[in-house]
Design a protein around this ligand. Sequence first.
Ligand code: ADP
Ligand code: MG
Length: 610
Amino acid sequence: MSDIIRLLPDHVANQIAAGEVVQRPASVVKELLENAIDAGATQISLIIKDAGKTLVQVIDDGKGMSMTDARMAFERHATSKITNANDLFDLHTKGFRGEALASVAAIAHVSLKTKREDDDLGTILEIEGSKVVNQEPVVTTKGTMISVRNLFYNVPARRKFLKSDNVELRNITDEFHRVAMAHPQVGLKFSSNDTELFNLPISNYRQRIVNIMGAKTNEKLVPVEEETELVKISGFVGKPEFARKTKGLQYFFVNDRFIKHNYLHHAVTSAFEGLLKEKNNPTYFLFLDVPKDSVDINIHPTKTEVKFDDEHSLYAIVRASVKHALGQFSINAIDFDKEPQYEVPYEYTKKNTSSPKIEVNPDFNPFSNTGSSSSSTSKSTPSYSKPAPQAWESLYAGLDDSSTLLDETEEVSMTTSMFEEEKVTRNIFQLQRKFIISTLKSGMLVIHQNRAHERVLYEQLLKHITVQRGTSQQLLFPLRLNLPVDEVSILTQLQEQLEQTGFIFKTLANNVVEIVGLPIQLKEKHVPEVLETIIRDSELDLPKESFSQSDRLAATMARGMAIRSGESMSQEAMENLVDELFACKESELTAQGKKVFINITGESLNLKFN
Ligand code: ADP
Ligand code: MG
């Protein structure tokens, strides 16, 4: 019998290793940018085509490579950055594993042009799937240019895994931001499909953040400075009002390396305690300098986790210094309770409720493609449960004697009219600025105000998008928003449907949109948030399944526009909301299938007292 174990050929081993190092175009971007930084570049350009699927190119003015090194660079475990294991504890560079270039070269067409300052000639090198296909001397300037074309050309399974260009571009942008923020002493440019997205001059940390995040960021930053034996902290936190629902504006850098750290994240969040609205995330850009031997940078190239020697002390120091910074700017005093008392995000008039044409159309079935159907249960999409068989009128029947006035033939619009008859006897109040309690003859309803409103808006918006154009309120002063280019392109793709809802806008430049009209239910101050939600949801590339694009848009907008938990509501607004809710095709669940209210019967209360 012959032996059967063999060593894998290098190009196969490289391809396997590549799977770990290079998961998406953004991984290539990260490795190439870090190499350029390690090479001491002062100017770096990143150029990509088709979200990196066609081309990722990085040009730097760093120290370059000799002809031999250029070739060596693509060998596995070939690195100039460490010579023995001890060096690992005194790292001054991003890279050290010597794997990145070998990996990239195994799964793409790579070309390299490089020259050291004192060499007369530079080198051109072309590699396809780990094989050198060309190497020759060339006249060029100091520095290195690496172009990575047709990523995963020989790994079709990987190619298929890639997300839409929007998502991949966002990942690349994230990597670019991380490197750019950590290295303000390096000028960086970034262009995508021949459009320049960023041109960041050499600057200080604050200016760099502002250049990346937009001019308005400056006034929102609170500096954090702290120096102890264990750690030196510098950087900024965003004032609480700068907090957003989206994660993503949280940056920790340890010794100039971007990291994620849940424990430290918690330290910052807890320093903001009481200052943030529900579910908002604080913004922070914090740079920690720790002694090199007190931190273990996970040596896996794609991981961003690190392990500190003394995490507990670090936690305390981070928390205290953020708290201190916030205190110094005396913004701890912000009292969210001071909001105007009866502020509700939608205009309400009596007229509106009693206008069954819009709110209560028994023939309208938002889930039906075939037009009207008098049975709201027949064509619902699978993701919606049918309205409960128990008719609402039965819950309210007998509330007082006047209920006998009800017209039994009107099924759907009944609740609206019935409430009007019974306003005298129905008790409605708000609990913890979150729930609406409505008494019933048989017990009480506990309604989740945010979800209820979301449901109502969702049905209205869906109707506008699919059936009729929603009313748009003209803005007296058009609203201009500066957004990242990729976000603007998402909005443009959705433009037609957004217009149906009453959202009218035009693109002025590739990163500026001007909004001229809003859906009537939408307040101007909620616009950025709603757009953010729409963009985020669309970026997530959610599986479509039973949801149509319009359905998703309606659900997203409803979520962004709905009255929040924590907002107080007037008596009238609560009554109207309850009426509208029960005029919905489906009152029990939100578009995402979350429970909208709970019905607590007198009987179940009785049981509790037994
Ligand atoms: P690592 O960065 O872990 O050393 P890489 O595979 O990323 O491994 O790079 C291998 C080697 O190629 C580096 O150690 C460095 O000597 C050289 N190199 C890579 N990119 C550049 C660059 N932009 N400028 C100069 N040298 C570079
Ligand atoms: Mg490297």
